[in-house]
Design a protein around this ligand. Structure first.
Ligand code: HEC
Ligand code: HEC
Ligand code: HEC
Ligand code: HEC
Ligand code: HEC
Ligand code: HEC
Ligand code: HEC
Ligand code: HEC
Ligand code: HEC
Length: 378
């Protein structure tokens, strides 16, 4: 008879323990950092609705006709959901479709496919409010405000039922932007950066969002963006560890900064960042989305094309113009022997003259002092 008693007491102790832990967790909850899942009343919003909704929407031929006459498939596949990030986390249908609880559903408030998307994507805001807030000030949001219904919303880039980590593989990022910016993606794909990313899966090269940002994309054609381009490139091209992997000089940024163009640009950056200035930035010489290796004959800075590139701004530059320019190179006896000799001559000559004059002045002083002493002794 004693045995059941002990197990009853044990069970009560376990229950009490569980209660204390639960109260502890409840008290601790408000001080935990909030993650998207926490920002809703219960941590598994909409959970348990998948089975119910899929009892109809799991049928491949379920469809409806939109008010504009277009047919809309209402099939939501189990496989798609399983491969998405949300469903396995327990974020199910009603977490997003909050106002659909049973069948028949509430009346719809959209007339076509695009309006449907623009009406439902707002569900993302509930849990990802930070990204939503950021996007309000972007070029894409401004295009939407100006009446462009095709300006991208969350679901254009991420999908709805098939949301996955957006940067896996990394090339997926550039391909996402390229769905609409097709010409830019085509140029980028052929560039030294894009081909390394897409063909070789190289993670060291920039994707669209490294230069433009993601949810808060700003206008890249302003004076301010232009004047900051060298810093954008410097993030990688001034990193000697990264550049040595590719046998590239990491001095290009430093030498640019002491060149005429670079000094000019830094003066504008410091004083008048919003005034448009033509002095050459990296992209004027190298291209933007179509940057090629300098040895590629199609590169804008390849010796075959360099003069034409300078002439975009220096219209009357003659053929000697580029030869006299040292580019990103320090003056060296190997590359630029003439300049090197002239520079060596001047630096030796100038310091020689300086030292001779110092010695001359010192001798004069000694002579004057000695003269005065001699006079006073007389
Ligand atoms: C009994 C079957 C059935 C169930 C259960 C069901 N639906 Fe539907 N659903 C339909 C049909 C049929 C339509 C086509 C339009 C209509 O008849 O209202 C539809 C249309 C839709 C639409 C597109 C029209 C709209 O309202 O924007 C969405 C979204 C939707 N369902 C979501 C859900 C969600 C979420 C659930 C689970 C909470 C669910 N459905 C449960 C049958 C069902
Ligand atoms: C992460 C949020 C989210 C979840 C979870 C979700 N939906 Fe949706 N659903 C959306 C969005 C956003 C749209 C609009 C899609 C678009 O722009 O094409 C949509 C559209 C739909 C449509 C209209 C047809 C279509 O594919 O565009 C149906 C039907 C639907 N959802 C049913 C469901 C069902 C059933 C579930 C659960 C199995 C579910 N949804 C889970 C966000 C969600
Ligand atoms: C009910 C809350 C909830 C809703 C609604 C919701 N999400 Fe999520 N989402 C989460 C959680 C939780 C995660 C996983 C945690 C994390 O990685 O931040 C997540 C992850 C993601 C990720 C992957 C993040 C990464 O780092 O890999 C993307 C992208 C995403 N959501 C986009 C969306 C989009 C687009 C919508 C609208 C169609 C949406 N979410 C609606 C809660 C939500
Ligand atoms: C123009 C395309 C685009 C739009 C529109 C967009 N995203 Fe993203 N989003 C991306 C890309 C690309 C990444 C990955 C960026 C990276 O890793 O550099 C990303 C990353 C994310 C992440 C994971 C990283 C993070 O910042 O937490 C979440 C969550 C997310 N987006 C949610 C949203 C939501 C919610 C919306 C709508 C308000 C939205 N996105 C609109 C392209 C977009
Ligand atoms: C669904 C289509 C779509 C996708 C996806 C998209 N964009 Fe856009 N983007 C647009 C539209 C539309 C505009 C506004 C163009 C206009 O007003 O002329 C725009 C404007 C821009 C601008 C401002 C320059 C301009 O022409 O106004 C930049 C920069 C930009 N997008 C970069 C990106 C990047 C980076 C991504 C990926 C993270 C991306 N876009 C994904 C459609 C898209
Ligand atoms: C290495 C940095 C860099 C990368 C990577 C990059 N961009 Fe740009 N992008 C720029 C700069 C700089 C400008 C400004 C060009 C100008 O002055 O006209 C620009 C301009 C733009 C514009 C507006 C002007 C136009 O030509 O229509 C869009 C849209 C754009 N980029 C989209 C993209 C997309 C999409 C990708 C990825 C496939 C991408 N960018 C990758 C630096 C970059
Ligand atoms: C995220 C890092 C990153 C950013 C940002 C970046 N690059 Fe690069 N760039 C690389 C890497 C890595 C390579 C080498 C790729 C290879 O050889 O496969 C490269 C190659 C190049 C080359 C070819 C050099 C040669 O002759 O082989 C040029 C030119 C170049 N970048 C210019 C630029 C300019 C201009 C910018 C700014 C608009 C820029 N890059 C921004 C990482 C970057
Ligand atoms: C985007 C326009 C642009 C491009 C391309 C450009 N420059 Fe310049 N360059 C300028 C501007 C603007 C100045 C400054 C003029 C001033 O401050 O008065 C300048 C100044 C100079 C100067 C010093 C002042 C002078 O006029 O003699 C030299 C040398 C020079 N550039 C060489 C070149 C060479 C070589 C190339 C091609 C490899 C080139 N530039 C490409 C715009 C450009
Ligand atoms: C006035 C034109 C001009 C400007 C501005 C310019 N470059 Fe160059 N760049 C060249 C030329 C010409 C070459 C090839 C000859 C050489 O190496 O000097 C070159 C070569 C390079 C190389 C290849 C170096 C190597 O080791 O082979 C990289 C990387 C590069 N530039 C990046 C940049 C970056 C980043 C900026 C801005 C900070 C920039 N360039 C500004 C004209 C320019």
């Amino acid at each position: 008879m004693a045995k059941p008693d002990i197990s009853l007491r044990a069970a009560m102790l376990v229950a009490l323990g569980a209660l204390i832990v639960a109260i502890g967790l409840a008290l601790a909850a408000p001080v935990r950092a909030s993650s998207p899942a926490d920002s809703l009343p219960n941590a598994r919003p909409g959970q348990g609705t998948e089975a119910y909704c899929l009892s109809c929407h799991g049928q491949p031929d379920l469809s409806m006709t939109l008010p504009d006459g277009e047919a809309l498939s209402l099939y939501v596949s189990r496989q798609t959901l399983d491969a998405s990030i949300h469903s396995p986390l327990g974020i199910e249908c009603q977490a997003c479709h909050t106002d659909i609880k049973t069948y028949p559903h509430p009346a719809i408030d959209y007339a076509n496919r695009r309006e449907l998307s623009r009406s439902y994507y707002l569900a993302c805001r509930k849990c990802h409010s930070d990204n939503y807030e950021k996007s309000l000030d972007s070029m894409h949001a401004r295009a939407a405000q100006a009446g462009n219904a095709n300006a991208p919303i969350c679901t254009d880039c991420h999908g709805a039922h098939d949301v996955r980590p957006p940067d896996q593989p990394r090339s997926h990022i550039s391909e996402t932007c390229g769905k609409c910016h097709t010409q830019i993606l085509a140029d980028y794909r052929n560039s030294i950066h894009g081909s390394a990313l897409i063909e070789q899966g190289n993670p060291d090269v920039p994707v669209c969002t490294d230069c433009h940002g993601v949810h808060n994309i700003q206008d890249p054609r302003t004076a301010q963006f232009r004047i900051e381009t060298p810093d954008l490139c410097a993030g990688c091209h001034a990193n000697s560890e990264l550049m040595s992997k590719y046998g590239l000089s990491a001095d290009v940024y430093n030498l640019y900064n002491i060149s005429w163009h670079g000094v000019d640009v830094s003066v504008y950056k410091a004083n008048w960042p919003t005034i448009w200035h033509e002095s050459a930035v990296c992209t004027d010489c190298h291209g933007i989305h179509n940057i090629l290796a300098t040895g590629n004959p199609a590169s804008q800075v390849n010796p075959v094309n360099l003069l034409a590139t300078c002439r975009k701004c220096h219209a009357d530059a003659g053929p000697n113009w580029v030869d006299a320019w040292t580019g990103h190179n320090r003056i060296s006896p190997r590359r630029t022997p003439f300049l090197y000799t002239v520079e060596q001559f001047y630096s030796t000559f100038a310091s020689l003259v300086l030292w001779l004059s110092v010695i001359y002045v010192v001798l004069q002083i000694i002579r004057a002092v000695a003269g005065r002493v001699r006079r006073s002794l007389r």
